[in-house]
Design a protein around this ligand. Structure first.
Ligand code: SF4
Ligand code: SF4
Ligand code: SF4
Length: 457
């Protein structure tokens, strides 16, 4: 594999050009196939997770004396967000939330009910609603400053995954209900990598063991099987099906990150509200974290603050949604003869939405990292750590935000360019094309203006 070929794949969009990383790095495939190391990493993750919950619940509640706040909000979640672009949903293969459910099922404590049609059909919408609820709780209740609140939030998600394992086989929570999984899945449509089968090999398959399982090894935990994976939305990249497939079909491909967004046009992004919601919530978060924190300014008690925060969040959602509606009207095409209705501005705004999320999370990580070691020192009585606090220079915030948002904006403009000049060539007039470009730039300016209020320069 030449370096030039890698660059060609990443930067020049040849929809069918890919490199199978399992062929280039056989050890990577062995890692997924021989589950021992995978299992070990997951177990260590489960133990760290249990530690975070226990210390959050029963440890000191002073944020300056409990390091789980940084571990959860400043280290774990920003790392997961950063991983989306490189490895898509691979985090889900190590995620600790389904761990307790797996134990419950191994003990036979499950009803194994068939998945209700309502869950299959509407689960994805519920997961978006749950995501909205989590972001609302996260931002309006000050949970990021509360060790017990953080632990309770993690416990609530863990309980959802465990209850679902009690009633339904395998990981129904992950397939239909998990709000984080939904977010990661949508973000992974812009990933550099994809887990896919070799459809040629699957065509002659008679066992479909990747889905059904074989010889005491259970099949795909989210009822897919490698042969069903056509996008990055639902597959957990757990690699479970690799050992089940006797035709060596599953591949981990390096690809151009825009391939899936442009080919699918955001159509399988489950619920197109997830992008305006995410963008609106980010604008709200920057607005509130900057000097404009109106919920704290205009209400002294928490119920009032939550109401004001909710109102600002709704306004943020409506603002982002109006860009998507207006842009779609300008684009003029909302239906494709091959796959029906789609919303062109959703895939166009996906890169900016995830750039905004990354910038926000990295900003938080920077701020909270400064006091992590002293906090740990105070919590565990290690005096020498008190000296190891540091200051992140104020220029570091714009130094992160500006390039991240610039890349997100250019990526959005690129998706639009590909739609207008390739997939829908000749169908969108130049004036409308320019107007949508202005719309994208206006949204980028909205981000930068609100981000700027948090830079503390
Ligand atoms: S879908 Fe949710 S619970 Fe399941 S593995 Fe992914 S993040 Fe974890
Ligand atoms: S991935 Fe393997 S087991 Fe699954 S359908 Fe394809 S060939 Fe069969
Ligand atoms: S298709 Fe394979 S890698 Fe994807 S979730 Fe199912 S078992 Fe895991």
């Amino acid at each position: 594999m030449s370096f030039k070929r890698v660059l060609n794949i990443i930067f020049y969009r040849e929809p069918n050009d890919r490199i199978d990383l399992f062929k280039i790095f056989p050890r990577l495939k062995r890692f997924f196939k021989r589950r021992r190391l995978h299992f070990l990493i997951r177990t260590i993750g489960d133990l760290v997770f249990a530690f975070i919950i226990l210390v959050g619940l029963f440890g000191p509640q002073d944020p300056g004396r409990n390091c789980i706040l940084f571990l959860s909000w400043g280290l774990w979640w920003p790392t997961v967000v950063l991983s989306w672009f490189f490895v898509g949903r691979m985090w889900c293969g190590f995620c600790p939330f389904p761990g307790a459910g797996r134990i419950v099922q191994r003990l036979g404590l499950t009803f194994n009910l068939p998945i209700p049609p309502a869950l299959r059909r509407y689960g994805i919408h519920w997961s978006v609603a749950l995501l909205a609820l989590i972001i609302w709780i996260e931002e309006s209740t000050g949970i990021k400053e509360s060790p017990r609140g953080t632990a309770l939030l993690l416990l609530a998600i863990l309980s959802g995954a465990t209850f679902s394992a009690v009633f339904f086989p395998k990981q129904a929570w992950c397939r239909y209900l998990c709000p984080m999984g939904r977010l990661i899945g949508v973000a992974s449509t812009l990933s550099l990598t994809e887990f896919r089968p070799d459809h040629e090999k699957c065509r002659t398959c008679k066992t479909f063991a990747c889905k059904r399982g074989a010889e005491g090894i259970p099949g795909c935990p989210v009822y897919l099987g490698a042969f069903n994976v056509r996008n990055n939305l639902d597959c957990l990249v757990c690699g479970h099906c690799i050992e089940l497939c006797d035709k060596d079909s599953p591949q981990l491909n390096l690809r151009n990150p825009f391939t899936e967004l442009i080919t699918n046009k955001g159509r399988f992004i489950t619920c197109s509200y997830i992008i305006p919601f995410l963008m609106g919530s980010q604008l709200t978060r920057f607005f509130e974290d900057g000097g404009l924190a109106i919920h704290a300014r205009y209400a002294s008690a928490w119920p009032g603050q939550m109401i004001i925060y909710s109102a600002v969040m709704v306004a943020g959602f409506l603002y982002a949604h109006s860009f998507i509606r207006f842009g779609a009207n300008l684009f003029g095409i909302t239906e494709d003869e091959l796959f029906g209705k789609f919303s062109p501005m959703v895939p166009i705004f996906v890169p900016m939405a995830f750039a905004g999320e990354l910038a926000y999370r990295l900003g938080y990580a920077f701020t909270s990292a400064q006091d992590f070691l002293p906090t740990m020192g105070r919590q565990f009585g290690i005096g020498c750590l008190e000296e190891l606090g540091f200051h992140v220079p104020t220029w570091a915030y714009p130094a992160i935000d500006l390039p991240v948002m610039t890349i997100g904006t250019i990526a959005g403009l690129f998706v639009l360019h590909e739609f207008v000049n390739e997939d829908f060539e000749g169908l969108v007039s130049v004036s409308r094309y320019r107007a949508i470009q202005v719309l994208i730039l206006l949204m980028a300016c909205s981000y930068l203006f609100l981000m700027g209020t948090t830079w503390r320069i």
